[in-house]
Design a protein. Structure first.
Length: 193
């Protein structure tokens, strides 16, 4: 007999207000925090419907047309042979991302994005924590406008979930190529100004 079990995922501060229900043979399979997704069961496989959530920590929400943004994310994922499942964007300040970096990755530095990956082979899912402070300072240092840099960072997280890395030799260039390809299909009206 199958039992419905609530799975808890390992990043409790990032999964605010969401639940993940899953069917398992054992009720003892749990991690640490609840997450909400729409699930369909086919034998023991779980298929997650697309759901993109947005949260903020210590900042105002960036002015984005989320419907257009979500279409873009779906298009980019499909270009890489993936479907979109549950994604959460947490837009925050530098202190929040530094605390997240220390707590979950053991890194003691600021960054523009941290991606927590829950994807499977066909469907991307995960949490992306984006420091708006770092995005702004990076835009100034690179001589690009803030909106362009924010969109690049937003899609950077999606590309990580699609399996594109940027830490090894030559990988940064591959990531930049994919970012540029994604930005080339950026629809009009994504910025809600």
């Amino acid at each position: 007999m199958l039992k419905v079990t609530i799975l808890r995922l390992p990043y409790p501060r990032l999964m605010l207000g969401r639940k993940l229900m899953c069917v398992r043979k054992s009720p003892n399979f749990c991690y640490s925090q609840l997450i909400v997704l729409t699930l369909h069961l086919f034998f023991y496989n779980v298929i997650v419907s697309m759901e993109i959530s947005y949260m903020t920590q210590n900042i105002d929400m960036p002015q984005l047309n989320t419907a257009v943004l979500e279409e873009w994310i779906e298009k980019v994922a499909s270009m890489l042979g993936k479907r979109v499942g549950a994604l959460t964007y947490v837009f925050c300040d530098d202190e929040y991302i530094l605390d997240t970096n220390r707590q979950f990755l053991g890194h003691d530095y600021y960054t523009d994005i941290i991606t927590f990956d829950y994807s499977n082979s066909h469907r991307i899912a995960g949490d992306m924590v984006i420091s708006i402070d770092t995005v702004k300072s990076n835009a100034q240092q690179l001589g690009v406008d803030y909106d362009s840099e924010l969109l690049r960072v937003i899609i950077h997280g999606v590309l990580h979930l699609c399996g594109i890395n940027d830490k090894g030799p030559g990988e940064r260039e591959i990531m930049e190529q994919h970012e540029n390809e994604a930005l080339a299909v950026l629809p009009q009206g994504i910025l809600a100004k």
